[in-house]
Design a protein around this ligand. Structure first.
Ligand SMILES: [Ca+2]
Ligand SMILES: [Ca+2]
Ligand SMILES: [Ca+2]
Length: 299
Protein backbone atom coordinates (compact mmCIF):
# COMPACT_ATOMS: atom_id res chain seq x y z
CA UNK A 1 0.00 0.00 0.00
CA UNK A 2 2.82 2.38 0.82
CA UNK A 3 4.49 1.65 -2.47
CA UNK A 4 1.33 2.60 -4.26
CA UNK A 5 1.13 5.93 -2.50
CA UNK A 6 4.81 6.57 -3.26
CA UNK A 7 4.18 6.00 -6.95
CA UNK A 8 1.27 8.39 -6.85
CA UNK A 9 3.37 11.14 -5.34
CA UNK A 10 6.21 10.45 -7.77
CA UNK A 11 3.94 11.03 -10.70
CA UNK A 12 2.50 14.14 -9.20
CA UNK A 13 5.88 15.68 -8.48
CA UNK A 14 7.38 14.89 -11.84
CA UNK A 15 4.38 16.34 -13.63
CA UNK A 16 3.52 14.94 -17.03
CA UNK A 17 6.85 13.54 -18.19
CA UNK A 18 7.58 10.02 -19.32
CA UNK A 19 6.13 8.57 -16.13
CA UNK A 20 2.63 9.45 -17.25
CA UNK A 21 2.32 6.11 -18.95
CA UNK A 22 2.37 4.48 -15.51
CA UNK A 23 -1.33 4.64 -14.97
CA UNK A 24 -1.86 4.13 -11.31
CA UNK A 25 -5.50 3.27 -11.58
CA UNK A 26 -5.27 0.34 -13.93
CA UNK A 27 -7.49 -1.80 -11.74
CA UNK A 28 -11.08 -0.76 -12.26
CA UNK A 29 -11.90 -1.98 -8.80
CA UNK A 30 -9.49 -2.33 -5.94
CA UNK A 31 -9.88 -3.76 -2.50
CA UNK A 32 -10.51 -1.48 0.40
CA UNK A 33 -6.98 -2.14 1.62
CA UNK A 34 -5.60 -0.06 -1.24
CA UNK A 35 -6.03 3.45 -0.08
CA UNK A 36 -5.24 6.93 -0.96
CA UNK A 37 -5.31 9.61 1.70
CA UNK A 38 -8.90 10.01 2.77
CA UNK A 39 -9.98 13.51 3.56
CA UNK A 40 -13.01 13.08 5.72
CA UNK A 41 -15.07 16.18 6.01
CA UNK A 42 -18.61 15.56 7.21
CA UNK A 43 -19.51 11.97 6.41
CA UNK A 44 -23.14 11.09 6.02
CA UNK A 45 -24.96 8.32 7.89
CA UNK A 46 -23.61 4.84 7.33
CA UNK A 47 -25.96 2.05 6.24
CA UNK A 48 -24.50 -1.43 5.91
CA UNK A 49 -21.13 0.12 5.11
CA UNK A 50 -22.66 2.38 2.48
CA UNK A 51 -22.45 6.05 3.21
CA UNK A 52 -25.62 7.88 2.33
CA UNK A 53 -24.98 11.23 0.69
CA UNK A 54 -25.87 14.13 2.91
CA UNK A 55 -28.88 14.81 0.70
CA UNK A 56 -30.41 11.48 1.72
CA UNK A 57 -31.52 9.97 4.99
CA UNK A 58 -31.74 6.47 6.34
CA UNK A 59 -35.04 4.59 6.26
CA UNK A 60 -34.51 1.03 7.42
CA UNK A 61 -31.42 -0.02 5.52
CA UNK A 62 -31.93 2.28 2.55
CA UNK A 63 -30.80 5.77 1.67
CA UNK A 64 -33.81 7.87 0.73
CA UNK A 65 -33.71 11.29 -0.95
CA UNK A 66 -34.26 14.22 1.39
CA UNK A 67 -36.25 16.00 -1.29
CA UNK A 68 -39.37 15.03 -3.14
CA UNK A 69 -41.55 16.89 -5.61
CA UNK A 70 -44.90 18.46 -4.79
CA UNK A 71 -47.50 20.51 -6.69
CA UNK A 72 -48.31 24.01 -5.41
CA UNK A 73 -51.00 25.98 -7.27
CA UNK A 74 -49.80 27.07 -10.75
CA UNK A 75 -46.32 25.66 -10.37
CA UNK A 76 -44.06 22.91 -9.15
CA UNK A 77 -42.20 22.53 -5.90
CA UNK A 78 -40.27 20.36 -3.49
CA UNK A 79 -40.56 19.15 0.07
CA UNK A 80 -37.47 18.67 2.20
CA UNK A 81 -36.97 16.00 4.83
CA UNK A 82 -35.93 17.42 8.16
CA UNK A 83 -36.16 16.23 11.75
CA UNK A 84 -37.88 13.01 10.84
CA UNK A 85 -40.49 14.19 8.34
CA UNK A 86 -41.04 16.06 5.08
CA UNK A 87 -41.84 19.75 5.45
CA UNK A 88 -44.13 22.12 3.56
CA UNK A 89 -44.18 22.41 -0.21
CA UNK A 90 -41.74 25.07 -1.42
CA UNK A 91 -42.31 26.62 -4.85
CA UNK A 92 -39.46 25.94 -7.29
CA UNK A 93 -40.96 27.08 -10.56
CA UNK A 94 -44.18 28.65 -11.73
CA UNK A 95 -46.15 27.73 -14.80
CA UNK A 96 -46.05 29.96 -17.87
CA UNK A 97 -47.93 33.18 -17.18
CA UNK A 98 -47.26 33.01 -13.44
CA UNK A 99 -44.46 34.47 -11.36
CA UNK A 100 -42.99 33.41 -8.08
CA UNK A 101 -43.81 35.72 -5.22
CA UNK A 102 -42.67 34.47 -1.87
CA UNK A 103 -43.86 30.88 -1.77
CA UNK A 104 -46.70 31.28 -4.27
CA UNK A 105 -47.21 31.55 -8.02
CA UNK A 106 -49.14 34.67 -8.98
CA UNK A 107 -50.40 36.02 -12.31
CA UNK A 108 -49.15 39.49 -11.47
CA UNK A 109 -47.16 40.97 -8.63
CA UNK A 110 -49.16 42.36 -5.78
CA UNK A 111 -48.67 45.81 -4.28
CA UNK A 112 -45.20 46.29 -2.89
CA UNK A 113 -43.63 43.78 -5.31
CA UNK A 114 -42.09 44.25 -8.77
CA UNK A 115 -40.93 41.87 -11.51
CA UNK A 116 -37.17 41.34 -11.16
CA UNK A 117 -34.65 39.17 -13.00
CA UNK A 118 -33.39 36.15 -11.07
CA UNK A 119 -32.52 32.53 -11.84
CA UNK A 120 -34.87 29.60 -11.59
CA UNK A 121 -34.06 26.96 -8.99
CA UNK A 122 -34.80 24.30 -11.57
CA UNK A 123 -31.56 22.71 -12.77
CA UNK A 124 -31.86 21.80 -16.45
CA UNK A 125 -28.88 19.44 -16.21
CA UNK A 126 -29.82 15.92 -15.17
CA UNK A 127 -27.74 14.41 -12.40
CA UNK A 128 -25.35 17.35 -12.32
CA UNK A 129 -24.45 16.45 -8.74
CA UNK A 130 -23.73 12.81 -9.71
CA UNK A 131 -25.71 11.50 -6.75
CA UNK A 132 -27.87 9.33 -9.00
CA UNK A 133 -25.75 6.21 -9.37
CA UNK A 134 -28.41 4.00 -10.90
CA UNK A 135 -26.72 1.20 -12.78
CA UNK A 136 -23.60 1.14 -10.68
CA UNK A 137 -22.97 -1.98 -8.66
CA UNK A 138 -24.22 -1.22 -5.11
CA UNK A 139 -21.06 -2.89 -3.83
CA UNK A 140 -19.14 0.01 -5.35
CA UNK A 141 -21.53 2.91 -5.04
CA UNK A 142 -20.57 5.31 -2.29
CA UNK A 143 -18.05 2.96 -0.76
CA UNK A 144 -14.93 4.96 0.02
CA UNK A 145 -11.77 3.95 -1.85
CA UNK A 146 -13.52 1.86 -4.45
CA UNK A 147 -14.01 3.16 -7.93
CA UNK A 148 -14.94 2.13 -11.39
CA UNK A 149 -14.94 3.74 -14.84
CA UNK A 150 -18.24 3.81 -16.69
CA UNK A 151 -19.48 4.48 -20.21
CA UNK A 152 -22.50 6.19 -18.77
CA UNK A 153 -24.17 7.48 -15.64
CA UNK A 154 -27.77 8.66 -15.41
CA UNK A 155 -27.89 11.74 -17.65
CA UNK A 156 -24.33 11.35 -18.95
CA UNK A 157 -22.54 9.43 -21.69
CA UNK A 158 -18.88 9.13 -22.50
CA UNK A 159 -17.87 10.61 -25.85
CA UNK A 160 -14.11 10.28 -25.59
CA UNK A 161 -11.61 8.33 -23.53
CA UNK A 162 -12.07 5.47 -21.10
CA UNK A 163 -15.14 6.86 -19.36
CA UNK A 164 -16.55 8.60 -16.32
CA UNK A 165 -15.09 7.88 -12.92
CA UNK A 166 -17.38 8.61 -9.96
CA UNK A 167 -15.47 9.02 -6.73
CA UNK A 168 -16.71 8.78 -3.19
CA UNK A 169 -14.16 8.67 -0.41
CA UNK A 170 -16.84 9.21 2.21
CA UNK A 171 -15.89 12.81 1.74
CA UNK A 172 -18.32 15.50 0.77
CA UNK A 173 -18.20 17.57 -2.38
CA UNK A 174 -18.88 21.24 -2.70
CA UNK A 175 -22.58 20.79 -2.05
CA UNK A 176 -22.20 18.41 0.90
CA UNK A 177 -22.90 15.39 -1.25
CA UNK A 178 -20.68 12.36 -1.45
CA UNK A 179 -20.20 11.73 -5.14
CA UNK A 180 -18.25 13.72 -7.68
CA UNK A 181 -16.50 12.68 -10.88
CA UNK A 182 -13.04 12.59 -12.36
CA UNK A 183 -12.66 12.66 -16.13
CA UNK A 184 -8.98 11.77 -16.27
CA UNK A 185 -10.31 8.33 -15.41
CA UNK A 186 -7.88 5.90 -16.95
CA UNK A 187 -7.08 8.56 -19.52
CA UNK A 188 -8.56 11.87 -20.56
CA UNK A 189 -12.25 11.39 -21.07
CA UNK A 190 -15.27 13.45 -21.86
CA UNK A 191 -18.91 13.11 -20.88
CA UNK A 192 -21.85 14.73 -22.54
CA UNK A 193 -25.53 15.36 -22.05
CA UNK A 194 -28.21 16.81 -24.28
CA UNK A 195 -30.06 19.52 -22.42
CA UNK A 196 -33.35 21.12 -23.39
CA UNK A 197 -33.72 24.84 -22.74
CA UNK A 198 -37.34 25.96 -22.46
CA UNK A 199 -36.74 29.45 -23.89
CA UNK A 200 -34.20 31.56 -25.72
CA UNK A 201 -32.42 33.67 -23.15
CA UNK A 202 -29.84 33.80 -20.44
CA UNK A 203 -28.80 30.86 -18.33
CA UNK A 204 -26.42 30.56 -15.41
CA UNK A 205 -23.93 27.71 -15.68
CA UNK A 206 -22.42 26.57 -12.38
CA UNK A 207 -19.79 23.95 -11.57
CA UNK A 208 -17.75 23.04 -8.51
CA UNK A 209 -14.15 22.10 -9.17
CA UNK A 210 -11.10 20.98 -7.28
CA UNK A 211 -7.68 19.95 -8.60
CA UNK A 212 -6.60 16.49 -7.52
CA UNK A 213 -2.84 16.77 -7.91
CA UNK A 214 -0.03 19.23 -7.52
CA UNK A 215 0.94 18.92 -11.16
CA UNK A 216 0.60 21.98 -13.36
CA UNK A 217 -1.78 21.29 -16.23
CA UNK A 218 -2.63 17.93 -14.73
CA UNK A 219 -6.16 18.80 -13.68
CA UNK A 220 -7.56 20.78 -16.59
CA UNK A 221 -11.24 20.57 -17.44
CA UNK A 222 -12.99 22.13 -20.42
CA UNK A 223 -16.73 22.70 -20.54
CA UNK A 224 -18.37 23.19 -23.93
CA UNK A 225 -21.86 23.93 -25.12
CA UNK A 226 -22.64 23.00 -28.72
CA UNK A 227 -18.92 22.54 -29.30
CA UNK A 228 -17.99 26.02 -28.09
CA UNK A 229 -15.62 26.40 -25.14
CA UNK A 230 -17.51 28.22 -22.40
CA UNK A 231 -15.53 27.53 -19.23
CA UNK A 232 -11.99 26.30 -18.63
CA UNK A 233 -11.00 25.05 -15.18
CA UNK A 234 -7.41 24.61 -14.12
CA UNK A 235 -5.50 24.33 -10.88
CA UNK A 236 -2.56 22.54 -9.37
CA UNK A 237 -2.83 22.68 -5.63
CA UNK A 238 -4.17 19.55 -4.08
CA UNK A 239 -6.39 20.67 -1.25
CA UNK A 240 -9.54 18.66 -0.78
CA UNK A 241 -10.90 21.13 1.72
CA UNK A 242 -11.35 23.89 -0.79
CA UNK A 243 -13.84 23.13 -3.49
CA UNK A 244 -14.57 26.22 -5.51
CA UNK A 245 -17.72 27.11 -7.39
CA UNK A 246 -17.54 28.75 -10.82
CA UNK A 247 -20.38 30.49 -12.58
CA UNK A 248 -20.85 32.05 -15.97
CA UNK A 249 -23.86 33.35 -17.82
CA UNK A 250 -24.54 31.99 -21.27
CA UNK A 251 -27.15 32.92 -23.81
CA UNK A 252 -28.86 30.01 -25.48
CA UNK A 253 -31.56 29.44 -28.03
CA UNK A 254 -34.61 27.46 -27.08
CA UNK A 255 -34.21 23.74 -27.67
CA UNK A 256 -31.66 20.96 -27.50
CA UNK A 257 -28.01 21.70 -26.73
CA UNK A 258 -24.98 19.51 -26.32
CA UNK A 259 -23.18 20.01 -23.00
CA UNK A 260 -19.71 18.47 -22.84
CA UNK A 261 -17.25 18.24 -19.98
CA UNK A 262 -13.83 16.81 -20.65
CA UNK A 263 -10.37 16.40 -19.20
CA UNK A 264 -7.44 17.56 -21.29
CA UNK A 265 -3.72 18.32 -21.43
CA UNK A 266 -2.24 15.60 -19.21
CA UNK A 267 -3.54 12.02 -19.36
CA UNK A 268 -2.22 10.12 -16.36
CA UNK A 269 -5.27 8.81 -14.54
CA UNK A 270 -5.36 11.75 -12.14
CA UNK A 271 -7.28 14.91 -12.92
CA UNK A 272 -9.64 17.60 -11.77
CA UNK A 273 -12.77 16.69 -9.86
CA UNK A 274 -16.10 18.23 -10.80
CA UNK A 275 -19.41 18.31 -9.00
CA UNK A 276 -22.69 20.21 -9.00
CA UNK A 277 -23.09 21.13 -12.62
CA UNK A 278 -26.17 23.27 -12.94
CA UNK A 279 -27.83 25.31 -15.67
CA UNK A 280 -30.56 27.61 -14.46
CA UNK A 281 -32.76 29.78 -16.62
CA UNK A 282 -33.04 33.49 -15.98
CA UNK A 283 -36.64 34.18 -15.02
CA UNK A 284 -38.67 37.03 -13.63
CA UNK A 285 -39.88 36.90 -10.08
CA UNK A 286 -41.94 39.24 -7.93
CA UNK A 287 -39.50 40.73 -5.46
CA UNK A 288 -40.41 43.04 -2.65
CA UNK A 289 -39.72 46.67 -3.46
CA UNK A 290 -37.33 48.13 -0.94
CA UNK A 291 -39.08 51.27 0.30
CA UNK A 292 -37.25 54.50 -0.37
CA UNK A 293 -36.72 56.43 2.80
CA UNK A 294 -38.91 59.50 2.46
CA UNK A 295 -37.53 60.85 5.67
CA UNK A 296 -40.88 60.57 7.38
CA UNK A 297 -38.98 58.76 10.11
CA UNK A 298 -35.84 60.88 9.97
CA UNK A 299 -34.89 62.79 13.04
CA1 LIG B 1 -22.13 15.42 -5.67
CA1 LIG C 1 -8.68 8.49 -12.50
CA1 LIG D 1 -4.18 14.40 -15.42
Amino acid sequence: MKNKITIVLGIILTGCGSSQTQLIEKPKVVSTTVTETVYVDKPGPVVNNYICPANQHVEGTRCIDNTRSCSPNNGSGIQIFSNGSFGDCTVVECNTGFFKQGNACVASCTAGYALTNTYSNNNIIQNGDFEDLTGIDPALARVPNLWGVYDKLPGWKTYKGAGIEPRFYGYLGGDNTTTFVELDSDNESGMQQYINTPKKGKYKLHVDYIPRTNGGGDNDIQIKIDGINVLFLTGYIRDFSSWRGYEITVELDCGIHNLQVEALNCPNGLGGYVDNLALNQQVKECKQIVPVNNCSTCH
